[in-house]
Design a binder for this molecule. Sequence first.
Ligand code: COA
Length: 268
Amino acid sequence: MNIPSDYKNLQEIRVFREPPVAWIILNRPEKLNAISLRMLDELSNVLKELLVDKDVRVVLIKGNPEGRSFSAGIDISTFINIRPLDALHISKRLQDVVNMLEKFPKPVIAVIDGYALGGGLELALGCDLRIASNRAELGLPEIKLGIIPGGGGTQRLPRIVGEAKAKELMMFGERLKSEDALKIGLINCVVEPEKLDEEAIKIAQKLAEAPPIAIMMIKNVIGFSHRALLEEGLAFEAASFATLFATKDAVEGISAFLSKRKPNFTGE
Ligand code: COA
């Protein structure tokens, strides 16, 4: 399937703008959308463009369906005959992209059909929400290659599912079916494969109607909670809460509630 792209000069991802939503499609179907260094560069460049794209309020990421996967992880051929310093470089490059997703000021949703393994799952862990089809399989199988996750999985997975489950997933390297991933809070919802995109757009549209600055602040404040003492986090929360009262969206939200009408948030 030749998926067209609204951004040119891309080989390993595709971008499809449908404001207020933009899709990023991981596009190496013959390798189950495995992540190459070029794919990471393209992701990083595209995220920088979407950051300043005023018409895009939510980003959705999925794999090319022909690849039967969101992504099966870092392209294992990248690991052939590399030295520790090269591996460090690969790990940092993947971590940088996942950090970009996590810090991206607009919501990012991973839309998972098929496999989300290794670096593929790590990319999804950087997203705000993960929604999956009922035939998805998620895991961090690096242990089976004699290595460990290097794209932030050891740090983010325990924060999302707790230490015991994270250790189980990383030490055994087994794949979880979406129903089980849902039970441990690894994904937000499960839907039929043919309804997955539709459901993703529905969720994205709801988020696109929310006040963008407040949404960005939720990401900032929750992100900070992992790095801060409780008192610091609470101070940051209070400061962010107060700052929002300088936005037109807060005036709009409060007056719309009082006059019993639907608010129209403009992001100002
Ligand atoms: N890197 C590079 N190539 C990969 C890949 C990866 N992470 N995952 C799959 N592929 C390739 C396969 O080598 C195969 O290529 P080929 O047709 O040229 O031989 C193609 O994608 C299809 O994969 P295949 O293994 O034949 O599909 P499957 O349905 O039998 O198995 C998986 C699917 C996902 C279970 C299996 O491909 C797998 O275990 N992949 C590796 C997952 C992993 O360890 N990820 C972490 C990497 S750090």
